[in-house]
Write a protein that binds this ligand. Structure first.
Ligand code: NAG
Ligand code: NAG
Ligand code: NAG
Ligand code: NAG
Ligand code: NAG
Ligand code: NAG
Ligand code: NAG
Length: 400
């Protein structure tokens, strides 16, 4: 299927994709703003519902600074470290920075997916060049209709370590009215793409949302949710929001968890004993706004024998927006993109702190010594942090 042209963009499409990939080069002046670590007094907050309103003076509708909110000294001392700084790299008039955030060593770039706009203007892949001061370009790949979450992809037989040939990218494809939702691999050095999965034993997925590859078994764990239907680019959902485990060597596929409104981000703990899954059910994409009585929650599960899930429990509920993309660091802390930036918990679910920029931040990517924050039209970077992302050693070959 490599080199094939995407046919049948939905009727009415104005974008001509006769030659893929299409690339738009974008160079935007970087804006630099500094950050500060702000200690949060939880006992004061416990009896003052207005505490947080008075804590942060940044203009939330036009933030130019980021506040590093320390809810627990561990955040300042061990997670960020005393020298962390944050700045905004971009503030665009379109939403280039939404999901994924996967590093590829061959291209020394981070791959991000843009936010859905319309069938006439489908989701781009935003390529951030780490070797060129975070300059970025937008592209699209054959076989990939509407990309969302993603991860690195080691095909069956490969060893996942930092000496392995750098892997390919694995994109969640939300599909559209004509094309299936599923998983698509792309080699970004050739732009060849391959469909890995597009059906549960003959049943269509809704809109596959996010994905991880288990570093020991090589199995692909992923979530599916009705976003394509809610955003009017997929037919009516015909399958529950679930978590799946797919064995790429055998084709075996199993549902490992259900009971979500919108199963979304997922991530393993660094010891691989726990799987975290976010439920963005509070987001009402059909009518807009949030329904505060629905889940904005992270659930934790025990991973049994590397293959099954057990002991579902509520790990965290967030008071601002909903937790979307989720990653762990090597200390076992859990980071999620939420309504006002990134929230960070320790493995017991204690909120340690926030990378607060006041705007919805759906996902983020660890880089050595830092983290890139995807706030849709804005891209932020926090540098000089102590925390190390779970996959930094494998993906970057930068090991402690
Ligand atoms: C906050 O930013 C918005 C958008 O730039 C602006 O319209 C508004 O006046 C600002 N508010 C304050 C208090 O500065
Ligand atoms: C900070 O978190 C640690 C656990 O990581 C806990 O023992 C400690 O009591 C917390 N401190 C405060 C002030 O909550
Ligand atoms: C923070 O920066 C100061 C001044 O450059 C330096 O002395 C100190 O060692 C740094 N701390 C860490 C943990 O890197
Ligand atoms: C894709 O990128 C182009 C230019 O880089 C931009 O104009 C367009 O709005 C983007 N579309 C989406 C859905 O992000
Ligand atoms: C499954 O998706 C394909 C591709 O979009 C579509 O042609 C087919 O009608 C769908 N099947 C059902 C049962 O909806
Ligand atoms: C692959 O696509 C990128 C745009 O993302 C382009 O810069 C590059 O030249 C393409 N590579 C090949 C081998 O076509
Ligand atoms: C690969 O990982 C091992 C174990 O963490 C480490 O000792 C080694 O230095 C790493 N190799 C490279 C090239 O970074």
């Amino acid at each position: 299927m490599d080199g094939a042209v995407i046919g049948n963009i939905h009727a009415g499409a104005h974008l001509v994709l006769s030659q893929l990939p299409v690339v738009w080069k974008v160079i935007v002046i970087t804006t630099t703003t500094m950050s500060s670590v702000v200690p949060v007094d939880l006992l004061a907050a416990a009896t003052n519902p207005l505490y947080f309103q008075n804590l942060i003076t940044t203009n939330a509708s036009d933030p130019s600074t980021i506040a590093l909110l320390s809810y627990n000294d561990t955040f300042r001392n061990n997670v960020l470290g005393e020298n962390a700084t944050a700045r905004r790299l971009y503030n665009l008039d379109w939403q280039a920075f939404h999901e994924m955030g996967t590093y590829n060593r061959k291209t020394n770039s981070i791959y991000v997916t843009s936010n859905y706009q319309s069938l006439d203007n489908p989701i781009n892949v935003t390529v951030i060049d780490l070797g060129n001061d975070y300059a970025f370009s937008s592209t699209r790949y054959t076989n990939l209709a509407e990309a969302n979450g993603g991860t690195n992809w080691y095909p069956p037989g490969s060893t996942q370590d930092n000496s392995t040939t750098p892997p390919n990218l694995l994109f969640c494809d939300e599909g559209d009215f004509d094309r299936y939702s599923g998983l698509v691999s792309v080699d970004p050095s050739t732009n060849e793409s391959t469909v890995i999965l597009n059906s549960f034993l003959g049943r269509n997925f809704s809109s596959v949302n996010d994905v991880r590859q288990h570093p020991e078994t090589g199995d692909i764990w992923f979530t599916d949710a009705p976003y394509g239907f809610w955003q009017n680019f997929r037919p009516k959902t015909q399958i529950p929001s679930q978590v799946y485990r797919f064995e790429p060597a055998t084709g075996n596929i199993q549902v490992v968890a259900d009971g979500f409104i919108a199963s979304n981000g997922l991530e393993f703990s660094p010891d691989l004993k726990t799987l975290y899954v976010t439920d963005t059910g509070a987001q009402q994409s059909l009518v807009g706004g949030l329904n505060g009585t629905r889940p904005a929650s992270i659930y934790a599960f025990d991973v049994v024998d590397g293959r099954r899930l057990d002991n579902r429990r509520t790990f965290a509920w967030v008071e601002n927006g909903f937790p979307d993309g989720i990653h762990t660091d090597t200390q076992g802390n859990v980071w999620a993109g939420c309504g006002d930036g990134l929230h960070v918990w320790n493995e017991e679910g204690r909120l340690l702190g926030k990378v607060w920029n006041g705007v919805e931040s759906n996902n983020f990517a660890f880089i050595p010594g830092g983290v890139l924050v995807f706030s849709n039209a804005q891209l932020w970077i926090v540098e000089g942090i102590k925390a190390v992302g779970r996959e930094i050693c494998r993906d970057f070959g930068v090991c402690e």
